[in-house]
Ligand binder design. Structure first.
Ligand code: KIV
Ligand code: ZN
Length: 535
């Protein structure tokens, strides 16, 4: 059973473990139920590119699949299920190209229990096949129209064929969690006799409770001598809980998808499983948790599947605090209202300004922009924020900074020290977007030109070149306010001056032209940065 894992090193040294323990603040009662033997380590089998791509509405190009595979390997997953080669020539091309990348993760292809499917995997230059056949009576009767004996024979024949071609073989009894227990045991014994390397147990329709999962895995373990893997779907929102329950009883690998993508309600989410294993059972994986946030965002962008704001670990609200009581607590010690640190998973803490905000939130938020108000001024801003929020208006950072400037009696737009005097941008097909600017910096004219990967990028690069190459773009947010090709857009830009601590500046603008609106927002942010520096 050689080569089942990669040699990834994203996991934990004793020092890493100590740091991790300092970043997780879960209930002490979790320790009281660690009454079964746990492994130190569990393997992560990622199926974002196979089950994840079966998410309704998701279709990835070959290039996108390669980009995601590289990110998954960098994240440290042990196995990447790159696709289902038999389904189409395009799928085969993607899987072959991923195999050719020679990534540090094992690359695997899905195959039904047929020689043709296994051949398709071999033709993609893979050395790892995940083969499956349904075993529940529901599937046997309504889908396969085969007997249990026929299904078993097909599985054994396919595994022997794949082993004969030198492949690592993982086998799944599809709909395993609705399969008769004695037949499931019979299948596990038979496929081990055929030389299988790993057995995966799919909760194909997501119909298990965690207690039932513990019962099933406990009962199947005595006949399962190869590593047991778990594949849970989320039809009752229990995929992660069921995966953890399976590990409690002996599973040593979990199938996951980034952002919980997958058929119907999805698969167990990578980010939640990895965190759950660490936080509840002190089990390490090869996943570098600090890369979870960026990987999740990238997968969301390429699949076009948004991350819900309230998604655990990677949602926009996962580390956002609005209510005055919570913000006060988190500023004193994050463990008061955070289960684990945002830094542990490559995310950031956000103080959200809204109708529940108190003086602590407002002071903290404004300090991020280098603005210090007196207590009286702070209360004035709190009052204005609450009134705006109660009338249904969202108060973003740019509006908060504008409110604070107003309360301090500072002049806003119209009397900027930094003003755009001239601006051009050239873009089109087969030309490099290029921009020129002339900027008035409090009486001193500065000119510059630069290129970029798009017109907005070129414009922002030209502005930076004219003003200072120490300016870094921390956040750029573009949203459409109205629909249609003449839509109004809103751009918010957050900037920092390198080596100037953590202090940021924010600018916002609304207009019909994305490039001009982005430029105006950037100039507003630079103006604030300079007004503050020269105050
Ligand atoms: O959910 C499932 O049963 C599957 C199989 C292909 C393992 O995805
Ligand atoms: Zn599945």
């Amino acid at each position: 059973m050689a080569g089942l894992t990669n040699s990834g090193s994203g996991g934990s040294t004793p020092r890493d473990k100590a740091c991790v323990q300092d970043s997780i603040f879960t209930s002490q009662y979790n320790r009281l139920v660690l009454d079964v033997p746990f492994p130190d380590h569990v393997m992560i089998f990622d199926t974002t590119l196979r089950d994840g791509e079966q998410t309704p509405g998701v279709a990835l190009s070959v290039e996108d699949k390669m980009t995601i595979a590289i990110a998954l390997a960098d994240l440290g997953v042990d196995v990447i299920e790159a696709g289902f080669p038999m389904t189409s020539p395009g799928e085969r091309e993607a899987v072959r190209k991923i195999a050719a990348l020679k990534l540090p993760s094992r690359i695997c292809g899905l195959a039904r229990c047929t020689k043709a499917d296994v051949d398709a995997v071999i033709e993609c230059d893979l050395d790892y096949v995940h083969t499956f056949i349904a075993t529940s009576d529901i599937h046997l009767k309504h889908k396969l129209r085969m007997t249990r004996e026929q299904v078993k024979a097909k599985a054994v024949e396919t595994i022997e064929y794949a082993k004969g071609h030198g492949l690592t073989v993982e086998f799944s009894c599809e709909d395993g969690t609705r399969t008769d227990l004695e037949f499931l045991k019979d299948m596990h014994i038979a496929v081990q006799g055929a030389g299988v390397d790993k057995i995966n147990l799919p909760d194909t329709v997501g119909t298990m409770s965690p207690a039932a999962m513990e019962y099933l895995v406990r009962n199947i373990m005595p006949v399962t001598k190869v590593p047991l893997s778990m594949h849970c779907h989320n039809d009752f929102g229990l995929a992660v809980a069921n995966s953890l329950a399976a590990v409690r009883q002996g599973a040593r690998q979990v199938h996951v998808c980034v952002n919980g993508l997958g058929e119907r309600c999805g698969n167990a989410s990578l980010e939640e499983v990895v965190l759950g294993l660490m936080a509840f059972f002190d089990i390490s994986t090869n996943v570098d948790t600090k890369k979870i946030g960026s990987t999740s965002k990238m997968v969301s962008r390429l699949t076009g599947f948004p991350i819900p704001d309230n998604k655990p670990v990677v949602g926009a609200n996962a580390f956002a605090h609005e209510s005055g009581i919570h913000v006060h607590g988190v500023l004193k010690d994050p463990s008061t209202y955070e289960a684990y640190s945002p830094e542990l998973v490559g995310m950031r803490r956000h103080i959200v300004v809204g109708k529940h905000s108190g003086a602590h939130s407002i002071k903290e938020k404004l300090s991020q922009y280098g603005i210090v108000l007196s207590d009286e001024q702070t209360l004035e801003v709190v009052d204005k924020v609450k009134k705006l929020a109660e009338s249904g208006k969202e108060v973003d950072d740019a509006e908060l900074v504008a409110l604070a400037s107003h309360v301090m009696g500072q002049k806003e737009k119209g009397q900027r020290k930094v003003q755009l005097k001239e601006f051009t941008v050239f873009t089109g097909l087969n030309i490099t977007p290029t921009s020129t600017v002339v900027i008035d910096m409090d009486g001193e004219l500065r000119r510059s030109a630069n290129i970029g990967i798009g017109p907005v990028d070129a414009a922002l690069n030209a502005i930076r070149a004219a003003v200072s190459d120490r300016i870094t773009l921390e956040e750029y947010k573009l949203s459409a306010i109205t629909g249609g090709s003449d839509a109004l857009c809103e751009v918010m830009v957050k900037l920092k001056l390198k080596d100037d601590g953590d202090v940021m500046s924010v600018g916002k603008s609304v207009g019909t032209d994305i490039v001009l609106t982005s430029v105006d927002a950037t100039i507003a942010a630079i103006d604030r940065l300079y007004s503050r520096k020269n105050a």
